[in-house]
Design a protein around this ligand. Structure first.
Ligand SMILES: C[S@@+](CC[C@H](N)C(=O)[O-])C[C@H]1O[C@@H](n2cnc3c(N)ncnc32)[C@H](O)[C@@H]1O
Length: 367
């Protein structure tokens, strides 16, 4: 007999015999520390995802079967195509099964996932460098952003990562077919990202073009440069402007976001804020010294982010709570007109990265 037990359950009610149970296996990825730390995050992401379903979901919980943990939920009827797409996009998902909800001994029937994959998801895994944000966590941030906004996959989403490093957020969002823009102040990183992307598009035979131009001129020369990549899966889709995708890299500074973009340009703003020492967080317009806390950077940037975000859009930022408390961040967001999403499960994303970093995400909307 299988060893079957419920490990985490908000409320356990009796299971209706006509219901279906779906069971999700999490991808252990290459980062075992994150895998072990992230069960609550996965449950929170799943909870938000089921809110987009066209039917009620119950018993969203973690169960153990023969020593392996699964995330599960029950529904009244098989998942629709769009429900399956939402589920297939979960950051952690590795495999999906179903069984009758009242028969925990029944065999698990595999269900094929239907990920979006406009660009092969290997794109965000190929580059390895210190300071890279884990791809699974990055995808979680993008998903939480989309789920918290008024938008869905059918919308022509444009996402901004204002602290884009070498592009993990941009690449993850490109797999969904979103248009994406990154701002990064370290020009070497921008250059390396552009070189990598060009090679990737060539090797994987995407039809593409790239153009570079100054974005904003200040005294003494251009302050920021943009490299625009336009690409499509094949020649035919590249011909029509509407079906081309865009990935833009700006060598610039997030504090000047409003100079670079018109108001209400982005549906989502998602980023992993600098962790200070390792990334040299230069924030203030006048002082160019590195600071450990992203507070100063956010004080300068949030008014600009609010202007360039569309109404109904959302902002998701990750940071180290050891250097700046969640309450202070929340207060600052509210001061700048953002609507904070703080109720459960939004309070379930905090996790340990290493001895000096306890990472959390904060999620806010523009009403
Ligand atoms: C945590 S890293 C992001 C890593 C990225 N998600 C990745 O996987 O490559 C934060 C980045 O923010 C950049 N940064 C710091 N201050 C900035 C600013 N004011 N404007 C733009 N980028 C900034 C740093 O150079 C660093 O690359």
């Amino acid at each position: 007999m299988l060893n079957y037990s419920i490990r985490q359950t908000p409320k356990t009610k009796a299971v209706n015999p006509s219901m279906l149970r779906y069971l999700l296996l999490r991808n252990p990825g290459h980062n075992r520390v994150y895998y072990l730390e992230s069960e609550n995050l996965a449950l929170a992401e799943l909870t938000l995802t089921t809110r987009r379903f066209e039917q009620a979901c119950e018993h969203i919980e973690v169960i153990d079967i023969a020593g392996i943990s699964y995330l599960t939920f029950t529904v009244g009827r098989p998942l629709s195509e769009i429900e399956l797409t939402w589920l297939s996009s979960l950051s952690f998902i590795f495999a999906l099964f179903q069984q009758p909800a009242d028969a925990s001994e029944a065999a698990l029937q595999p269900v094929a996932l239907t990920p979006l994959d406009y660009v092969d998801s290997k794109i965000s895994m190929l580059l390895k460098y210190s300071g890279k944000t884990n791809e699974i966590f990055t995808r979680l941030m993008i998903n939480v952003g989309l789920l918290s906004s008024d938008y869905g996959y059918a919308d022509p989403i444009h996402l901004l990562d204002p602290v884009s490093g070498k592009g993990t957020t941009l690449f993850e969002a490109a797999t969904y077919g979103f248009d994406v823009t990154g701002i990064e102040m370290d020009r070497k990183k921008v250059h390396e990202t552009a070189v990598f992307l060009k090679k990737f598009l060539e090797q994987d035979k995407y039809k593409h073009s790239v153009s570079k131009r100054p974005m904003y001129s200040a005294q003494g020369g251009a302050e920021a440069y943009i490299q625009d990549f336009e690409y499509a899966r094949d020649k035919e889709s590249f011909k029509s402007e509407g079906s081309r995708k865009h990935l833009s890299l700006i060598a610039g500074n997030a504090i000047h976001s409003r100079r670079y973009f018109k108001a209400e340009k982005f549906h989502l703003i998602v980023g992993d804020l600098p962790y200070g020492i390792a990334h040299g967080n230069v924030s203030h317009k006048k002082h160019k010294s590195p600071t450990r806390s992203p507070a100063e950077l956010m004080e300068t940037c949030l008014p600009e982010f609010h202007q360039i975000l569309k109404a109904g859009g959302s902002l998701v930022l990750a940071w180290n709570t050891f250097v700046w408390g969640r309450d202070a961040f929340a207060e600052l967001l509210a001061e700048h007109g953002f609507q904070l999403l703080d109720a459960s499960p939004y309070d379930q994303f905090s996790h340990r990265v290493d001895q000096s970093i306890k990472r959390d995400i904060i999620v806010a909307r523009k009403a």
